[in-house]
Design a protein around this ligand. Structure first.
Ligand SMILES: [Fe+2]
Ligand SMILES: [Fe+2]
Length: 153
C-alpha cells in the first residue's frame, strides 16, 4: 500500500512499545503460573504480585488510550475508523473486570489445586481477549496511519 500521509514514528513507536510491555507482563504472569513446584504460599504470592503489576499497568494504558493519542489521531486521519475505535474503547471496562475476577478468585479461594487450575485457565482466557484487543488497536493504527508496520502476525 502506498503511503499518502507518512506516519509519526514517535507515536507509532510508543504504541508498539506499550503493547510489548503489556505482552511481557502477561508473559510474567504465565511463567509464574507455570513455575515448577508445589502450590506454596510463596508461589501464590508471586502470581498475585505479577497479576497486580499487570493490572496497574493495564489501567494506566487504558486511561492513556481513552484520553486521546494514537486512536483519536487515527480517526482524525481516517474518520471511517470511528466506529471501530469506539468499539475498541468500550472493551476496556470488560477487560479490567475480567482481570479483576481472576485476582479476586485467587485471593479469596482456598489455596488448593482446583482454584489454582481455575485461575490459570481464567487468565489464559483473559490473555486471549487482551491479545485480540491489542490486535484490533494495531490494525486501526496501521490503517489510520496508512503504513505497513508489520504489526499483523
Ligand atoms: Fe486498549
Ligand atoms: Fe492498547
Amino acid at each position: 500500500m502506498s503511503s499518502i500521509d507518512r506516519s509519526d514514528p514517535v507515536i507509532l513507536g510508543h504504541v508498539l512499545a506499550e503493547h510489548r510491555d503489556l505482552f511481557n507482563l502477561m508473559l510474567c504472569v504465565r511463567s509464574s503460573f507455570a513455575a515448577a513446584g508445589g502450590l506454596t504460599p510463596d508461589r501464590r504470592a508471586a502470581v498475585l504480585a505479577s497479576l497486580h503489576h499487570l493490572r496497574d499497568h493495564l489501567c494506566d494504558h487504558f486511561n492513556q488510550e481513552e484520553e486521546g493519542g494514537f486512536l483519536e489521531e487515527s480517526v482524525a486521519r481516517m474518520p471511517r475508523l470511528s466506529a471501530a475505535v469506539r468499539s475498541i474503547l468500550c472493551q476496556h471496562p470488560a477487560l479490567l473486570a475480567e482481570l479483576d475476577r481472576v485476582i479476586a478468585d485467587l485471593e479469596s479461594a482456598p489455596a488448593d489445586a482446583a482454584s489454582w487450575t481455575r485461575a490459570d485457565h481464567a487468565f489464559e482466557m483473559f490473555s486471549a481477549h487482551m491479545t485480540a484487543h491489542e490486535r484490533s488497536e494495531n490494525a486501526v493504527v496501521q490503517e489510520g496511519y496508512n503504513e505497513d508496520l508489520g504489526l499483523m502476525e
